[in-house]
Design a protein around this ligand. Structure first.
Ligand SMILES: [Zn+2]
Length: 476
């Protein structure tokens, strides 16, 4: 999909972008201050965020809908109309809940104070993902203003220049599986999500490597399979140790399960690695070639040389099915040898790995412990993978237009997002695309769910016109 000769953002002029940037920052700060943590504590805060966004949209003459199928768990949706001649809508998808944050854990600025300091907005959600909520909401506001400036009703009439509808959906409960948010919408109000394509979190953020600036755009995400393993031993007296102490068996099971498995290069990661290799200097390109190869030992050494520890952990996870032991329960009293233990494991699957494959892998790693273990499947979702359709090409072209030195590449994420629902249940190609040009060295990925979430003012200033151009061009 080619970009127009003059980008749509150019028509607004510099002063309009200064104003929009200031409004974006204020909106972001306002929603960070609402502690919409999940699990809800205090309850009802997701609804407060949804209502806040709705009131901002009403201020633009729009008619958003706030839906709270479960009291207090609010999502907000709205539709901007195109003239209907351009095909299915574009969905701007986001979530308004955040994971809990405790100021005592070492936050430089209070997690719900939304301080602006040192060129950043600080607080829970600045990374995951209230910054994108604010970016998408600002694009909606700018499009509504375009309508009002032309003397048409943005709630009912076609927005001048739009041929497709634009859907905005900001959901509750993403951080706990989306049951009260995106999943409910998909079941009861699918028209609020049904689209030709969707933009969501977890991609489009710049990453520096060997002096090059890459923009990995998320086109796929790994699946997950959670198992509870019941380990059977023999009860006994603590004074006489037993080999079949269930806790000892479980500890050995943890050790075996946690060892990294064999790497396997899937289609999205093959594209990612080829994309970065083509742009890197020869020395680093040679390391990428080793990672693409079939020698796991050399590949691991190359990852350690090429990547910082955070990027290395992500890359390792994207090259194999992974198992993280996460919960272990055993024992009743200090002098009783436990006869049973329960272990939970979080398995993350590559495209091509089925739930049965993962179960086989777990049993294989347990080896001679397997006869002591019963596997119970708790929950799972398949990996998802998009075609590189015209929307992907537009995302890449728009980034290049705004950052000629930037190199967009497709990528997979190791974790799951609301895209599982839009893609698996509704078939909407969903791309992780939060366009942010970061300051070199900013450890964005490490701040996910961590302390000191923050987003740069300059990164936001870069992102808003990029997102606006994507939406205005795709829907034109
Ligand atoms: Zn998120």
């Amino acid at each position: 999909m080619p970009l127009p000769a003059g980008l749509p953002s150019g028509a607004l002029g510099g002063a309009a972008w200064d104003t929009a940037h200031a409004e974006l920052v204020e909106l972001l700060r306002a929603i960070i201050r609402i502690p919409s943590v999940n699990p809800p504590d205090p309850p009802g805060q997701e609804l407060v965020v949804a209502e806040h966004l709705a009131s901002v949209f009403r201020g633009e003459g729009l008619e958003p809908e706030v839906l709270d199928p479960t009291p207090g768990r609010g999502s907000v949706v709205l539709r901007l109309h195109g003239d209907g001649s351009g095909g299915e809508p574009l969905l701007l998808l986001s979530h308004l809940d955040v994971v809990p944050a405790n100021a005592a854990d070492g936050w430089t600025h209070g997690p719900f104070d939304a301080d602006v300091a040192d060129g950043y907005v600080w607080g829970r959600g600045a990374v995951d993902m209230k910054q994108m909520v604010a970016l998408e909401a600002m694009v909606v506001r700018l499009l509504a203003r375009r309508a009002r400036a032309a003397g048409v009703d943005p709630a009912r009439d076609a927005i001048p220049g739009l041929r497709r509808d634009v859907l905005f959906a900001c959901t509750a409960d993403e951080e706990a599986g989306g049951i009260h948010g995106v999943d409910w919408l998909a079941t009861h109000r699918p028209e609020t999500l049904q689209a030709a394509g969707a933009l969501n979190e977890a991609g489009g953020v710049s990453v520096e490597l060997a002096g090059r600036r890459f923009y990995p755009i998320q086109v796929a995400e790994k699946g997950f399979e959670v198992f509870r393993i019941h380990v059977k031993g023999t009860w006994g007296h603590g004074s006489m140790p037993r080999e079949d102490n269930a806790l000892v068996l479980a500890a050995e099971a943890v050790r075996r399960l946690a060892s990294p498995g064999e790497p396997r290069i899937t289609a999205p990661m093959r594209e990612f690695l080829a994309g970065i290799r083509a742009a890197l200097p020869p020395e680093q390109a040679a390391l990428v070639e080793v990672i693409e190869g079939d020698d796991p030992r050399r590949s691991e050494a190359a990852i350690r040389t090429l990547c910082d520890p955070v990027a290395a952990r992500a890359l390792r996870a994207l090259l194999r099915d992974t198992i993280s032991p996460s919960v272990l329960n055993a024992g009743v009293k200090y002098n009783v040898i436990p006869g049973e233990a329960t272990l939970m494991i979080d398995c993350r699957t590559l495209p091509g790995t089925t739930p049965d494959d993962m179960r086989e892998e777990v049993l294989a790693r347990l080896g001679d412990l397997a006869p002591h273990c019963t596997l119970e499947h708790v929950i799972g979702r398949s990996p998802v993978e998009n075609d590189r359709a015209d929307l992907y090409e537009l995302l890449a072209a728009t980034l290049r237009a705004h950052d000629p030195d930037g190199i967009p590449v497709p990528v997979m994420t190791p974790f799951a997002t609301d895209a599982k629902t839009t893609m698996l249940r509704l078939g909407v190609p969903t791309y992780g695309f939060t366009p942010l040009r970061l300051e070199p060295g900013e450890p964005f990925l490490a701040r996910y769910h961590g302390v000191d979430e923050r987003v740069g003012l300059d990164a936001l200033r870069f992102g808003l016109p990029v997102l606006y151009d994507v939406v205005a061009t795709y829907c034109a």
